[in-house]
Design a protein around this ligand. Sequence first.
Ligand SMILES: NC(=O)c1ccc[n+]([C@@H]2O[C@H](COP(=O)([O-])OP(=O)(O)OC[C@H]3O[C@@H](n4cnc5c(N)ncnc54)[C@H](OP(=O)(O)O)[C@@H]3O)[C@@H](O)[C@H]2O)c1
Length: 242
Amino acid sequence: MHMKSTIAIIGATGNMGSAIAKSLANGSYRLLLCANDFPTVQELAQTIKTDTPSADVEAIVCSRNASWEADIIILATPYQAEQEIAETIQEIASQKIVVSIANPVNESYSGLVTAPDTSAAEELQKRLPHSKVIKAFNTTFAADFATPVIDGKQVDAFVAGNDEEALQTVSELVKTAGFNPIVAGDLSVSRTLETMQFLLIQLTMKYNYYTLGVQGSQDTASFFNDKTVAGSLTMTSVKLSA
Ligand SMILES: NC(=O)c1ccc[n+]([C@@H]2O[C@H](COP(=O)([O-])OP(=O)(O)OC[C@H]3O[C@@H](n4cnc5c(N)ncnc54)[C@H](OP(=O)(O)O)[C@@H]3O)[C@@H](O)[C@H]2O)c1
């Protein structure tokens, strides 16, 4: 009998966390949602249940509790929080798949906080030596989840990691979310994926590059984040998306 996997989404109320949660609601998963602000997590779980009555979703109080029950843990938080959470779930996450979606940009968006010979995902793997860390979703903007199919083609989403089975499991998950998963290589490829996305963020800030090139008529602000008031791209709207 096929057993449902349980997925903990830590940072579920954020741009990415909520987009991932909603996109997986139709899948054969049990979703455990968690973030700092519990009433907002409860509200999100309720919205998902209303929109998708078949969804198996619940709000849960802390990242430790959510991770305890999960087979797959998605850390949909900023890089700094990802590192802190890793400390608290280290034992619980042993042998489990942990997905890093972070782009470790600095506060001024002028560079990455990680050294060139590493990546957010590899740093996470160091903190969780007994977990199977997989990089995924860092090259898909939160707004992409609304339109994962453009001109009849699924948008590509890169996946990287060292464990074959975990790569396969996360590729399935990426597919369920609506994207075309492409296994880009082992976990060290995360350096390229994170740098690639950093370049894209910078070009979009400078030239509206991604929106003009990929999304056609959609304006940059709404592309980055549909919660952002439409208008010219500001550091704030990028901050929400980075
Ligand atoms: N936005 C994008 O388009 C995009 C694209 C690719 C990758 N990413 C990456 O995705 C990650 C999240 O980005 P985002 O734009 O979704 O950020 P966001 O909107 O600011 O959301 C962050 C989420 O993390 C939660 N959080 C923060 N610290 C936490 C902690 N210690 N324990 C539990 N939850 C915590 C927040 O909960 P509270 O609000 O309750 O504090 C919130 O739900 C970042 O690493 C970013 O680089 C973003």
